[in-house]
Design a protein around this ligand. Structure first.
Ligand SMILES: C[S@@+](CC[C@H](N)C(=O)[O-])C[C@H]1O[C@@H](n2cnc3c(N)ncnc32)[C@H](O)[C@@H]1O
Length: 277
């Protein structure tokens, strides 16, 4: 049985996590962190949190343990069509506008930044597919990125339990999912035709190489910035501003805002912003 996480140990991990992934762990997260660390200690057969801390520091090259820690402490909760009003705005206002703006290049780039286990990226892909399904001449790519490799693997596998697809409109369910069989019965697969629009990447917001060559038209970064302090938020939004197309769109979670972070975006409503031209 491992002791409680001491204040000194909490501070060490707090700084370690902040430096590596930007996530701020305040006092209220101490019990959560202790529980998550205890499970790693248990797996590795280590006896104290300090021992684990030095184990992490020694593991610089492979970063295997760092990834395990990140996978353990990041919150990858998500849902299909989470915040439905934003998907209405995407379908009725944003995509029609982008379709006009990009009518010459016919290139559309969307980024689900912090996609967790994939529902956000697939929800966006369904809406985009509906709008562009007759238009085969368009080059459309959706980047789905996260730092959590378990979450990304899950997203890539795209096998979801019945309960989790209840928010998917029935016509989309019929068109974009198929019932899994055998040992996966009770689960639903995303159809390959939809999946092929997506590009999965492990990206850390603290330090990343962006894989698209052309600017992004729409970024979804929802329920991610709540974990960051103001400095990290400012840096991240500055990167979004740089990577976005002129007049590009940024969609945040419903408890997030750009107030006090960046004034180069105009609020459209429903926590969706447009870059000022
Ligand atoms: C609560 S989920 C949000 C999922 C989805 N965007 C939604 O709103 O339903 C937050 C995600 O942010 C990711 N995340 C946290 N810190 C990150 C970082 N530094 N770089 C990239 N992703 C990060 C987590 O791994 C997690 O999957």
């Amino acid at each position: 049985m491992v002791d409680c996480l001491s204040e000194k140990e909490f501070q060490l991990f707090k700084h370690f996590v902040k430096n590596h992934i930007g996530v701020s762990l305040d006092r209220t997260k101490k019990a959560f962190l202790q529980q998550k660390l205890a499970s790693r200690l248990n797996t590795l057969g280590l006896e104290s949190y300090s021992e684990y801390y030095f184990y992490l520091l020694r593991d610089k090259e492979g970063e295997w343990e760092l990834r395990q820690l990140i996978n353990t402490i990041t919150v990858d909760q998500s849902a299909f069509f989470r915040h439905p009003k934003q998907f209405e705005l995407l379908a009725n206002v944003i995509l029609p506008q982008v379709a006009i703006q990009k009518n010459t290049t016919k290139k559309l780039r969307i980024w689900s930044a912090g996609c967790a286990i994939g529902q956000e990226a697939y929800s966006v892909a369904m809406v985009v597919n509906e709008m562009f399904k007759e238009v085969h001449t368009w080059d459309i790519r959706i980047l789905a990125s996260d730092i959590n490799t378990y979450a990304l693997k899950f997203a890539y596998k795209s096998l979801y339990p019945k309960k989790s697809i209840q928010q998917v409109p029935i016509e989309y369910l019929n068109r974009y999912f198929r019932r899994a069989t055998g040992k996966n019965s009770g689960f639903f697969h995303v159809m390959e035709a939809l999946k092929k629009r997506l590009l999965f990447r492990r990206l850390n917001f603290v330090n990343f190489d962006f894989p698209f060559r052309s600017p992004v038209d729409i970024i979804f970064c929802r329920n991610v910035m709540i974990y960051f302090d103001i400095e990290v938020k400012k840096r991240l939004v500055d990167n979004f501003f740089r990577l976005l197309e002129r007049d590009g769109f940024l969609c945040l979670g419903t408890s997030e805002s750009l107030i006090g972070i960046d004034d180069r975006f105009a609020l459209m409503g429903h926590f969706m912003y447009q870059k000022k031209g």
